[in-house]
Every structure is written in C-alpha cells, then in structure tokens.
Design a protein around this ligand. Structure first.
Ligand SMILES: Nc1ncnc2c1ncn2[C@@H]1O[C@H](COP(=O)(O)OP(=O)(O)OP(=O)(O)O)[C@@H](O)[C@H]1O
Length: 581
C-alpha cells in the first residue's frame, strides 16, 4: 500500500517504490538501533545509582557491557549500510530512469510541443528538478517517514514505562508538525515564485547568449545586462523570502520541540517529589528527551523540502504524461501525394492562420509555396509533416490521413531542410550521417559532393573529420546549409520539404545545388518554400498563400498569364533584377 502510494505520489517505478519502502524501514530500524547504546548506558547508570536510591549494590560486568556496545555498533552499522544501499541505489536508479524516460518522451512528443515550450524550462526540468528530486528521495522521504515510524515505536516503549512522562515528552511532536503543516501554503507559494524567477532569468541568459551578435551590433549590451541584473536581484529577494518562510515554519516547530525537554523536567520533578517515579525513570526520560527529537527535527526540515518538491514532481509528470502523438505504425501508402482538403488551422484559438486550404502536392512534382511574409507558407509545410494537426479538414499522404499515423514513423518518409540549420559539435562526417545513421563513409562523401560540400570540406584541416564546433560555428551560413542539404540527400526520403533551403547560397553554388536537387527529387513529392522567384522557376506547381488563404494556384506559366499576386511578386522581383525564367 505504501509502495503504491509512493509510486503514484512521486512518479516512481514499482521496483523503485518497493526499494524506497525497504529504505524507509531500515531508516526506522537505524533510528531505533541508535537507542540500544542509550539503553545500555541507562542500565549501567541504574546499577551504579542503585545503592544511592536505597537499592542493593549491583556490580556491573563491564566486559559484558563493552561486548554488548560493540554488538550494538555492529547492528547500527548493518542497518545503516542496508538503509544506504536501498535508499541511494533507488534514488540514483530512479533518477536515471526518470531522465531517460523524460528524454524518450521528449523525442516522441510532436514537434509542435517545442514551439510553445520554453527550452530553458525543459532543460531545468530534466536536470535541476531531477537532481532536487534525487535529494528528496535520498534524504527527505526516508528520513521523514523513518523518523515517524521510529518515534511511534519509541513512544510505545516510553508509554509502557510511564505514561505521564511520555505525554510530557511527546505532546510537542504533533504540535510541531501542525505548525509546519499550517505554513505549508506559504512555503509552497514562495517556492513557486523562486522557481519562476529562476526560469525567467535562465530564459533571458539563454536569449542574450543566442543573440549576443545583435546585442553588440545595436549597442544593447548595457540594457540587457541591467535587465539580467534586475532578474538576478529578483531571484535573490524571492529566495530570501522563501528561506524566511521555511525557517519560520521549521524554527517554530523546533522551538516547540525544545519545550518537551522543559515539560519532562517539570513533570518529572513533580512526580519524584511525590515519590511516584524513581530517579532512574526520570533519568531515562531525560536521556530520551535529549535524543528522541533529533530525527524529528530532521523530519521537520525535510517536510518543507517535500512541500517544495510537489511542483517539481508535477513538472516532470506533465512531460511524462503528455499524450504522445500516437497513431498507426503499420500502414500502406498509395504513392506519396500530399493532399490538403479543406484545411483550417490556428496555433492558439485566437486567429485563423490557415483557412480552407485545398491543394495537392503530387509525387514527381515540385510544388512551391510562395506569398507575402506571414501568409502561412511555413505553417502549411509543418502541417504536411504532421508537426501539427489541422483544426478541421484533412492532410493526407498517399491517401492516409496524417492525423491517424504515428509521427515518428511518418517522418521516416520525409527529408526536411529547415531554414535554421542545426548542426552538432561533431565531425562533418557525423553531422551528415545524421541523415542515415547506417550510411557508409563513402555514401556520406557522395552526398556531400552532390550538395557541393566537398570543396570546402577538403580545405578544412582534417577534412571530413574536422569537428565543426557548437552548432557549426566554424562554418559560414551557406556551408551550414549545404551540410543540411547533404543530410537530406543522404536520407533520400520520398517526400522532401525545403524551407528557404538555398537562401544563403551564392548564385553559382545555388545553381549547382539546384542541379543536385533535381536529381534527388526525381519521382518524389517536393514542397519548397522560397522567397526568391529564381529558386522556384522550375516548379511544376505554385501555390500562392496570402493571409492564410490560397490566393491562386497553378503552373508558373498559368499564373504569369494572369494578373494576380504571383505576377505582381514576379514583376517586383524583376524590378530588382533577380527574376530569370
Ligand atoms: N508557433 C506559432 N505560434 C503562434 N503563431 C504562429 C506560430 N508560427 C507562426 N505563427 C503565425 O502564423 C502566421 C503564418 O506564419 P508562417 O510562418 O506560416 O508564415 P510564412 O508565410 O511562412 O512567413 P515567412 O515568409 O515570413 O516565413 C503568422 O501570422 C505567424 O505570426
């Protein structure tokens, strides 16, 4: 039962919660075993003090006492070792599983999730929240529950000994817990404020590092650092307030515990004066009051940590429980036409981003999406790869409704070249191999040659084995883009999405890549988004998107013969000397 509760409450695996229960039992046994030497010491005192209290002379066997103390130490050691084994193995094992699980879930989440989610927040959940949970499981939970169990057992023994002194000793414990329980709401609220301030500051840090070039070029560094200073001060203030709230609860609880010692002295003195208890009983309770509160004090300290943990468990659970895209993993496709049927879409219920979109991107053809900025071109391409599902209508691939297919499996059919190329701090060879993880070096080099990478790669100190730095910092924008095209060439999928794929390239390289792409796209479904008319002059079909609607569609020749938006865009670009058909 406890195991089920722990598993549900803290999101532990069955094995993890079973081991944590064992850890808690050993914590309680360890706490109790600490009382064995105290018991032996009390017995020794009783023997020594016996003649002073009118009893017979008892000669203690010191050798036996030393042996018993050594045995007690052995027992303490075994319990401590067992407790350590179960608690720490569980904690780090569970943390590992939690992180892997979160990583797996993130991998399976629809890409739309990441567009609306703050990346600093996600990193903080995986790293910081998991680390904080580690501490809670290794210290707070076993200590708190273990100390409650050992306290109950010790309390039963003390009640049997003398119920009046037991009450004098123990009345403070529930009072201390109630005080901390009452301060729970404040601790939770202030903890939340700290967490949000930390996230805001992490976000701003990340943003300032990512945009350092623009900040410097627009002389905005001073404003930005003063914003960061403000956020850091906010963290400091909220932390102090949160610590204060926690301290108020914990210190008040601990102060109440100290009253237990006072009440034992008062009640004990009264009972001794009235000859109702022996000096030995009084001594036992005095020793107990000096030791029994230590685990409770720890427990109180950890209770506040457990309160703070709630929000962290909620944040990790949110990712773990998010409905994963789901869908069929086994299906057959009738070709690779992508069809939009009466598709309507919005990102946030506020404004329709796409209305009544109907077109087919045919296999073996290049379909170009053009139109003014913000018209919805990228959104259409995202729907084509099921990064999002339409609000109404249907997007299909080879006759299958995309919203019924498993996203991960579906993307096996896609090669996508994004506008923002993401490269990894690895060699060029491995960066291209991402397109097809089992590709041989030869296949990688062939793809690189087709994407016009070979020439600049040969000039690098270690050729294909050159490590290109974080996000390819050693490469130019055009080189990065060519690497991402090489990846797509290597993947050789049936559907190709090119988002401004050649925007960084100079005219010479661009025409070379266009040649390579025309080889690649034979008999494939290609959707290309391009601002420059030159890059789509060979398209079979043009879909012009304006303000989320299809303004017109048809072959370039058809659209040029009309006096529509496309013609106006071409004329405009002709004016700037870019359009050659
Ligand atoms: N993740 C998002 N959340 C909310 N709104 C978004 C999101 N992405 C895009 N939009 C909005 O959707 C509309 C269409 O954007 P989209 O990026 O599809 O246009 P686009 O034609 O590709 O523009 P551009 O040519 O400038 O890249 C815009 O009004 C944009 O503000």
């Amino acid at each position: 039962m406890i195991s089920e509760y722990l598993s549900k409450r803290f999101g532990l695996t069955k094995e993890g919660s079973n081991n944590l229960v064992k850890g808690i039992i050993y914590t309680a046994l360890q706490n109790i075993s600490f009382m064995i030497p105290i018991g032996l010491y009390s017995l020794l005192l009783y023997m020594w003090l016996s003649p002073l209290t009118g009893g017979e002379i008892i000669e203690p066997n010191l050798g036996l006492f030393i042996v018993l103390i050594l045995i007690a130490l052995g027992i303490i050691f075994v319990f401590a070792w067992k407790q350590y084994h179960f608690v720490y193995n569980t904690t780090y094992g569970e943390s590992e599983k939690r992180r892997i699980n979160l990583g797996e879930n993130l991998r399976k989440l629809p890409l739309s999730f990441f567009e609306n989610r703050d990346l600093a927040d996600l990193t903080s959940t995986i790293m910081n929240d998991c680390t904080d949970l580690e501490h809670v499981f290794s210290h707070a939970v076993p200590q708190l529950i273990g100390s409650i169990i050992s306290l109950i057992i010790a309390a039963i023994g003390l009640f049997v000994f003398d119920w009046r002194l037991a009450i004098a000793l123990l009345w403070v414990v529930p009072v201390a817990f109630v005080i901390l329980y009452v301060s729970r709401a404040l601790i939770y609220r202030e903890g939340n404020v700290v967490l949000n301030n930390l996230l805001d500051c992490g976000d701003s840090m990340q943003e300032s590092i990512e945009s350092i070039r623009d900040l410097k070029s627009y002389n905005h560094e001073a404003e930005y650092s003063s914003k960061l200073n403000g956020l850091t001060r906010k963290i400091e203030k909220s932390r102090i307030k949160a610590e204060l709230m926690t301290a108020m609860g914990v210190i008040s609880g601990n102060m109440v515990l100290k009253l237990g010692f006072v009440s034992v002295i008062l009640v004990g003195s009264y009972l001794i004066m009235n000859s109702q208890i022996s000096i030995f009983t009084f001594l036992i309770f005095l020793i107990a009051s000096a030791t029994i509160y230590a685990p409770v004090e720890n427990g109180l300290m950890f209770l506040s940590e457990i309160y703070m943990m709630d929000m962290k468990v909620d944040r990790t659970k949110e990712i773990e429980e998010l409905v994963i895209g789901g869908g069929l993993t086994e299906y057959s496709l009738d070709g690779y036409d992508i069809e939009f049927n009466n598709v309507n879409f919005n990102y946030d219920d506020l404004k329709d981003v796409l209305s009544d979109i109907n077109f087919t991107a045919k296999q073996g053809e290049v379909t170009a999406l053009v139109g003014p900025s913000g018209g919805g071109k990228s959104t259409v391409s995202k729907l084509a790869a099921r990064f999002w599902d339409p609000v109404s209508g249907e997007v299909s691939l080879g006759g299958q409704d995309l919203s019924k297919l498993d996203s991960e499996k579906l993307l096996e059919n896609f090669s996508i070249v994004f506008q923002d190329v993401i490269l990894f701090n690895n060699t060029i060879m491995e960066n291209i191999r991402i397109g097809k993880k089992d590709a041989s070096d030869e296949e990688v080099i062939n793809a690189a040659k087709l994407a016009e990478c070979d020439e600049f790669v040969q000039k690098l100190p270690e050729g294909y084995d050159t490590v290109i730095g974080e996000n390819g910092e050693l490469l130019s924008g055009g080189q990065r883009q060519r690497i991402s095209i090489a990846r797509a060439l290597l993947k050789d999928a049936n559907v190709i999405l090119l988002d401004e794929a050649t925007s960084f390239l100079d005219v010479e390289n661009e025409s070379k890549i266009q040649k390579a792409l025309s080889e690649l796209i034979k008999n494939k479904t290609v959707i290309i988004i391009a601002h420059r008319m030159r890059t789509i002059s060979n398209a079979d079909k043009i879909v012009v998107l304006d303000d989320g609607k299809i303004a017109e569609q048809g072959s370039p020749e058809e659209l040029l013969s009309k006096d529509g938006l496309f013609k106006r865009m071409v004329d405009l670009q002709n004016l700037s000397g870019e359009w050659k058909i």
